[in-house]
Design a protein. Structure first.
Length: 656
């Protein structure tokens, strides 16, 4: 691992405008450096100051960081607070009538909710949950469509000290059953169904099926929000509608004050072994980072209209929809549908209609929108935009350039944010009024985040040489443990091979020799070893997508090869129709030669397969494990219920 070669050469740089620097919350490189220096000089004092200045505590903390049981670190652990109080009550005196959420449904219907209305609705539902007997420390599983109600459910759990575990609405009954069983949930909050792209997708039947599978005996209550109105089976007395639960409940609810280390939520992320890992986050440290990054990364102002397109089922939806924006008191857009319905102009029309100023989405969405109509954004008024963000995976330079020029009119900084479910919030990212931007690079760590690149025994490697990304010091929003499996937590994130003291991000990375910028090269297990050369798959994908005439999207995996050790296999979605026969052979040759020219002959794909799409989850994540199985011509035995389009696997199998 210690010597991953960086083969992508990117030299374009875009400094922040003077106007942006002037008005930014972190204004100029000197201000950023001063924060970094403060953290270096007095690490605990730095985080203590920020925690006192940004959060409202019912009982102030006296101890900042407890390292006595490393790596099970504790932050602010003798202090008490409540996450919902910090998101809602704090705004009641200053801006009760400010719009908190602009909700746009799949069919285009818009609903607006003020901070005061949101507070009352959260309190009603929290009182309803208490009336069902749900207590502090119990786990509540949430299986909801993107909606105001999903945010209310999460906030209501936080208000009464219950630990929520949100499951993405695209997951199967089996996934639900695993998560209910592992977390020992006592209640499920779900909807009858959800709308996506004009279609109704049932949700409640999956909950019934999951409970029927067994292992869910801890469930006492199921609350059903009637979103679609379609008939669903209700089992009395276990099942109740949302309307029944809130009926007659008081509109105020005293928050349950909890220790800063109290588990705010468990969020399951797929592990390499297949058994999902329950990533456990705290209340105090997590909330601090959510709020700080709203101020630093997104440079939020009272007048902003912010829109994060993620689903609440993922960590991005937790930190940058349910907690960060509400703690920061901004107006945000919440969207139920998909970017291509009723047509591929949906995102751009919504930015125009709601005058969105901060737009945060995933590279997958960006690439699919380029394919659907690269010139479409020009038909809409996007002049309200001032900051663009990217999340979920590294963004390849050509997609970055399109986003910057076509969507942002070459005037909006792109915050290309590197972070993970486990980190709780942004770790490495440009800041709008600080960082000269480099396409494809997440640039520099946030103040107080001590990142480094090391070899396989934990020694720092020089800039320009690829290696393993680690974090050298704990930080407030970090994962606390894997629910019910502390040994797996230590093994996964603090491995003995690296000395047991470095947080292993699981990504390969390289730092630029001149700027010190970080560029993520893909997951460590996405490193290919071709004839002794170690290359990150992301760089070969970026080279393919740099052929803007032909390629809309590409994913690269390795497969064993007798001659070279590993061979590069590329799955490519073209901008035009999928070719076959001789045309496919000719296009494959053209693209192989293109990669040789962009990177070098060593990176040439041995095989290129064309498809109408790539196998993705409904949230847009490419399922590379499936592609690896296809590349090796193995039978696919994994659960594919979360795939947006399972038929694509057959197509990619045939296209050999």
């Amino acid at each position: 691992m210690s010597n991953i070669e960086s083969v992508l050469q990117e030299t374009r740089m875009f400094p922040p405008s003077e106007a942006m620097v002037k008005q930014a919350n972190v204004s100029g490189m000197a201000a950023y450096q001063a924060l970094c220096d403060e953290a270096e000089r007095d690490f605990e004092g730095f985080w203590a100051r920020l925690a006192r200045e940004n959060l409202l505590w019912s009982k102030p903390f006296t101890k900042t960081l407890d390292e006595s049981n490393a790596p099970f670190y504790k932050w602010f652990h003798d202090g008490e607070l409540n996450a919902s109080y910090n998101c809602l009550d704090r705004h009641l005196a200053t801006q009760p009538d400010k719009i908190a959420i602009i909700f746009e449904a799949d069919d285009g219907k818009v609903t607006k909710v003020t901070y005061k209305q949101l507070y009352h609705r959260v309190c009603e539902f929290a009182n309803g949950l208490k009336a069902l007997g749900i207590q502090k420390g119990e786990r509540v599983l949430i299986y909801m469509p993107m909606s105001v109600e999903a945010v209310i459910a999460m906030q209501a759990c936080a208000r009464i000290g219950a630990t929520h575990s949100v499951v993405f609405g695209g997951f199967s009954a089996k996934s639900l059953q695993e998560r209910i069983s592992d977390g020992g949930a006592s209640a499920v909050i779900c909807a009858d169904g959800q709308f996506r792209g004009g279609k109704e997708i049932p949700l409640k039947p999956a909950v019934d099926e999951a409970i029927a599978m067994g292992g869910c005996e801890t469930i006492r209550n199921v609350v059903v929000y009637q979103r679609s109105g379609s008939p669903v089976s209700m089992t009395a007395p276990r099942d109740r509608t949302w309307a029944e639960v809130v009926k007659g409940q008081a509109q105020d609810c005293e928050p349950t004050w909890v220790n800063a280390e109290h588990p705010l939520f468990i969020l399951y992320t797929s592990g390499s072994t297949g058994k999902p890992k329950g990533v456990q986050h705290s209340t105090g440290g997590y909330l601090l980072h959510a709020l700080l990054t709203m101020k630093w990364t997104f440079d939020v102002k009272p007048t902003d209209v912010y829109w994060c397109t993620a689903d609440v089922g993922w960590v991005t939806g937790h930190t940058y929809i349910t907690y960060g924006p509400l703690a920061a008191g901004v107006t945000q857009v919440v969207f139920e549908g998909v970017p291509t319905y009723p047509d591929a102009g949906r995102f751009w029309k919504m930015i125009q209609d709601h005058k969105v100023s901060i737009f945060y989405t995933a590279p997958t969405a960006i690439r699919s929108l380029i394919k659907a109509g690269g010139d479409l954004p020009k038909k809409y008024d996007l002049s309200s935009l001032r900051i663009l963000g990217s999340v979920g995976e590294p963004i390849n330079p050509e997609a970055w350039m399109w986003y910057y020029e076509t969507v942002g009119g070459s005037r909006c900084p792109i915050v290309d944010t590197f972070w993970q479910t486990e980190t709780g919030g942004h770790m490495i990212t440009p800041l709008p009024g600080v960082t000269p931007l480099k396409p494809g690079s997440c640039t520099l760590p946030l103040p107080g985040i001590m990142c480094a690149i090391v070899d396989e025994v934990g020694h720092d490697v020089p800039n320009g040489q690829g290696g393993i990304l680690v974090v050298k010091r704990p930080w407030p929003s970090m994962i606390r443990t894997i629910w019910g499996d502390p040994e797996r937590f230590k093994k996964s994130y603090y491995p003995e091979e690296l000395g047991g003291t470095l947080y292993l991000a699981g990504d390969g990375s390289v730092r630029d020799k001149e700027t010190g910028y970080f560029t993520i090269m893909g997951r460590i297990d996405d490193v290919l070893n071709v004839s002794g050369h170690r290359m990150g798959t992301m760089e070969i994908e970026s080279a393919l997508v740099a052929n803007t005439k032909l390629v809309a999207e590409a994913a690269v995996v390795g497969r064993p090869d007798d001659l070279t050790g590993e061979a590069v296999v590329a799955f490519v979605v073209l901008k035009g129709a999928r070719p076959s026969g001789e045309e496919a052979k000719a296009l494959a040759k053209e693209l192989r030669d293109w990669v040789a020219k962009e990177i070098g002959p060593i990176a040439k794909p041995k095989e290129i397969r064309f498809g109408d799409n790539l196998p993705k989850t409904r949230s847009g994540k490419i399922m590379r494990r499936l592609l690896r199985a296809l590349a090796k011509n193995e039978e696919i035995t994994q659960d594919i219920s979360t795939l947006e389009n399972p038929a694509i696997l057959e197509q990619l199998k045939q296209s050999m």
